[in-house]
Write a protein that binds this ligand. Structure first.
Ligand code: KG4
Ligand code: ZN
Length: 301
């Protein structure tokens, strides 16, 4: 991806997209009570476009606006569902840019218990998919290929599970896949078997760390969100592990697991309802620690 080209595409597409969304919802700009926009973390060019449009539109419409943390969006996405989890809960955030385990006491009250020290889970999926000749972003296609793979042929390591702690490291699995492929003829069966072994290793590692975090915190509920949360094997394996611990698991529907505007609107809405609003000047951040967010009144610490 070329960040500058992506930003220019945002400029071209954002206003037509907003008009299309309002038309689909049978609403007009005058129906908008407030505007939430993503202010980070991420690529600064794309963030600037969203923030400038969001903030300017709010000024023009005379409504408040609020900056939203992208990962808070993922974290609160299951609140859009009918079986929304009550606070507190443990969240496993697994996207293309982040892998985090977060103890959530309320909106804005987040403790990061562990995170990836190198590649995020989705990034590892995408890089391994590319080794297997799949187009970017290859996570979903790698998962489809793994369905046809033989689970018994290769066994990949479960990184960092043999020592205490809740951090992750996934970059070694991509290297492991590369080395495994290097010694073998490049045929469809081998690619499927490698995909299967890779997926099982990532899923098992995520489940082992979640189980550990649930045991350590005694939190009664688990939320899994972010693009990799769409993965079928992860959902199945996590469901079995959570049931054994009498923990309920909550996922957003697949469309709200991967990046979407609804989750950002929801997070912003909670902050706007609590009275948050911002001055005309805005700031976007390439890096933004989740724990630095302002907790809403009533969110336990
Ligand atoms: O949350 P997301 O849409 O964007 C970021 O904030 O990064 O996550 C995208 C990531 C990509 O790496 C994509 O390959 C991965 O989620 N992904 C999957 C699946 N669906 C999306 N990985 C594995 N299995 C899937 N079914
Ligand atoms: Zn995301």
């Amino acid at each position: 991806m070329v960040p500058e080209l992506a930003s220019r595409d945002h400029v071209r597409k954002l206003i037509p997209l907003l008009d299309a969304v309002l038309a689909e919802a049978q609403m007009s700009r005058g129906d908008v009570d407030g505007i939430a926009y993503t202010a980070g973390p991420g690529l600064v060019g794309a963030l600037m476009v969203g923030a400038a449009v969001g903030r300017s539109l709010a000024f023009a419409l005379g409504v408040p606006s609020v900056a939203v943390h992208h990962m808070e969006g993922h974290l609160l996405a299951p609140m859009l569902e009918a079986d929304a989890p009550a606070f507190p809960f443990l969240a496993l955030l697994v996207s293309g840019g982040h892998t985090q385990l977060v103890a959530v006491d309320g909106v804005g009250a987040y403790r990061v218990l562990g995170e990836s020290l190198d590649d995020a889970a989705g990034e590892a999926f995408d890089k391994t998919a590319s080794l297997l000749g799949l187009p970017y972003p290859g996570g979903p296609q790698l998962a489809a290929l793994a369905e046809r793979g033989d689970p018994g042929r290769f066994r990949f390591p479960r990184p960092m599970t043999d020592r205490p702690g809740l951090d992750f490291s996934f970059s070694g699995l991509k290297t492991y896949a590369m080395n495994t492929l290097a010694g073998l003829p490049d045929d469809a069966r081998t690619r499927a078997d490698v995909a299967r072994a890779f997926e099982e290793a990532v899923v098992d590692t995520l489940v082992i760390k979640c189980r550990r975090a649930l045991e350590q915190t005694a939190l009664p509920r688990l939320v899994v969100s972010g693009g990799v949360g769409a993965n079928r094997r992860l959902r199945e394996t996590m469901a079995a592990a959570a049931e054994a611990l009498s923990v309920s698991v909550h996922y957003p529907r697949v469309a709200f697991c991967t990046d979407n505007g609804a989750m950002v609107a929801y997070a912003g809405c909670q902050r706007l309802l609590a009275g948050a609003s911002e001055p005309l000047a805005f700031e976007v951040r390439a890096r933004w620690p989740l724990e630095s967010l302002q907790a809403l009144d009533g969110a336990a610490r």
